[in-house]
Write a protein that binds this ligand. Sequence first.
Ligand SMILES: [Zn+2]
Length: 174
Amino acid sequence: MFFSQDCTLCRPHLRCMKPCAKLNCPVRHLRRIIYYLDSAIHTLDICIYFFTFTELAEAIIRAKNRNVVVRIILEDSMTHTDKSQIMNFYKEGIKPVFKSLDVLVHHKFVIIDNNIVMTGSINWTKSAFFGNFENVLVTNESAIVKPFVNEFERILTMLTATTTETNSETLDIH
Ligand SMILES: [Zn+2]
């Protein structure tokens, strides 16, 4: 999927969610991404730098409500903005993982049922979908999916384990 500056023109028909005739209509792309999210049966692993797009957050909340295990990693510095979907996730019992690091968690990928990966340049914000040059690749090629699954687990472990490591280091001093 490709997005470009022409996508700005499609903003008005986001409300009805009907794509126009344009091959790269961002509403068509958005519907396709939502379709994949809605197809999740077991797990949804999401690692997105900046997440503000309500329609995509709603698809994730729908997944949670049909008992899909939802795990979200966000970039710490981007969770403090008013537009972040983080509070909506908390309200629905989803706890995104984020931590202040020396570097950015700049990924934009989603893994559905450990089987499909959606990845690319695009942040999950309305402005990225409607006006930027962006790309999203969707694949179920296991040679690509597996490294993404490993990467997600690696980052999640790192972000959730640091506190414990610090404690054990403190203990070592004693
Ligand atoms: Zn359109």
